[in-house]
Ligand binder design. Sequence first.
Ligand code: DGJ
Length: 751
Amino acid sequence: MAIQWYPETQEFHLQNTSISYVISLLPDRSPGLAYFGRPLALEGRYSRIVRFEDRALSTHQSDLPASFCLDYAPRECPTYGRGDYRFPALELETEAGSPVILDLQYLEHRIYQGKPPLKKLPATYIESLDEAESLTLTLEDGASHLQVQLHYTLFKDHPILARRITVHNEGGQVLRIRRAYSAVLDLDTSNWDFIYFSGAWARERHTNRNPIGPGLQSIGSNRGSSSAQHNPSAILARPETTETAGEALGVLLVYSGNFSIDVELGSHGDTRLGLGINPFGFSWRLAPGESFETPEALIAYTDRGFSDLSLHFHRLLGRRLARGQWRDRERPILINNWEATYFHFDEQKLLDIAQSAKDLGIELFVLDDGWFGQRNDDTSSLGDWEANREKLPHGIEGLARRVADLGLAFGLWFEPEMVSPNSRLYREHPDWAVGSPLSKQTLGRNQLVLDMGRSEVVDYLFESISRLLSAAPISYIKWDMNRQMTEPLSSALPPDRQGEFFHRYIIGVYELYRRLTEAFPQVLFESCSAGGNRFDAGMLAFAPQAWTSDDSDAIERLAIQWGTSYFYPPSSMGAHVSAVPNHQVGRITPLWTRAGVAFFGAFGYELDPGKLSESEKVEIRAQVDFYKAWRRVFQFGDFYRLAGGPAGDANFVAWMSVSEDQSRAVVLAVQTLARPNPGFRRLPLRGLKADLQYRVQVRPAVPVKDEASVRYNEGLRRGDELLQVGLLLGGDGWNGVSRGDFASWLFTLEA
Ligand code: DGJ
């Protein structure tokens, strides 16, 4: 790993064993991207890769050659107003509203070992100085004295760069930032597919892949959270790129608020990709002497297909973004009472669930919504974080101790950021609600949002939650957030600063997370937002797992977990077995398939064990034992998508995880609809050691000894054969054993 500055050619070369990133100072003294891709030799000089040409209708600055037209230049921090008509990275105006036309020129730079933390925002980190090297490039606009620092960190073991900017007002006048993207990447080719992860409640992060065309394409959120609609992550890939081969660039924003990711195909074969805080409605007042930091963007390159990109993101996010005692620890198998009872429970009902769960081998009981204030439906009490004594006569403390006496850990649901109009908190502090300057506020799930930008709100929540965490043996918190925002106004901000609301809100959320995780390091936090409405890297920095989606149907989860897995590791995906007919789609799937899909995540159950038949209990006990024996591989193994996804057969999905030492692996294959007389299907595996012998076993809950999957696959097989040829599926012919719709096969491999 090296970051070099070559004064004679005015270029920086950031290089590790997987990538080179070459920044060249352009004729206007601004930094431009000369190269991003497989490593180039440090001995070479690459500034000449940047090409310029004088064209009709192009513009140039009076003191520079006519050939230097900003509209096609690859710019690291593009601004509008001097001939670049693509979307900018940075936009500012004066206090009176006049646009500031910037001319950001190189001032100085610093190259150093390590990676500094951000002041208020979560980011990736290092544990020893030799894990990363950083470059800070300082640019200055001579007229306004605005300084912009471009921060780059290169990780030694990943093809990933962390980028962000800080903006400093070194001049004498107040400025207002209208846009400050974390990173812009100008690529000199245009044959890219844009891949992004979109949906809505209960169908989050479905994978979309479209070729880019002329003009601007944008995804983002203006909903106050990163959102179920679009995830703050995207990939540019060559049309021919697959899971196993080809070029792909992955970008991810470490941020949980309003974001934007833009792709613009320029007019001369160039592509601009940019990401950061959504400029829609955003403004930030920057008085003389003040600075603003953007969230961190992670940017990766591979020429080995999507699996390689995902593996690196999983490792970096799992090991150097997630933090705390639970980062590397196996996560407990939990039971959550939400789908078992919704709001209708009392202490005895909960203890019955906990007792049955204990009998099944489950480790953690989680009490969901409905335990506080007068909360018997979703119309009241958010904000009043004290136990409902009618339901829980011994309070949370008494319940948690009784659950502990049964031999289970205890977890509790909160929705800290919300307030019900029908609550003591709202009656006492109506101005703490977002939008309170207005007489009319829009409700979402009958609730309002607390203004997390106010320190007194963060203090109140810290004290209420701490009180419970100190009094009761609580080892897990599910932190929910069940609506999107409206009337984004704060009664604590003056009129000219209302554009700061959304960003201040999310900084307040991070502050509360930081204080709670520091005060209670033993507690495992799971983030949630009506399922996956805030499943992002900002949350992952505090909560090492998140409730992936409210949709727990195994077949729907195939698409959701598939899309989520491009960037986020299995250990981050909360995944539960729920009852059938499924509560979201009414589908009836086999218990084994429900477990098989949920195994590839932070596993649990979300049903009433009292309603299970004896045979279902036997099967669940076997699932729990099996998961415990393979938990490390499922949660922390290298994950590979094998078959399915947007380019695959919609009827067949397969994925696998391999232990770090490659000695153990688990493979899941799911057939959505059964077909008569199916053809054979080879499923080549990934990540194994070619020269090891693996014992392959089929793991149905109740073994079907005669089945083709057993006959064809079980036994000792060499790694090279499994990699090149693979498992054999689909051999159950006219007189074979048909498992019906939604059947699945789970294989274990042990060296
Ligand atoms: C939405 C969550 O995603 C559910 O799991 C559950 O906690 C409900 N909220 C409770 O209101």
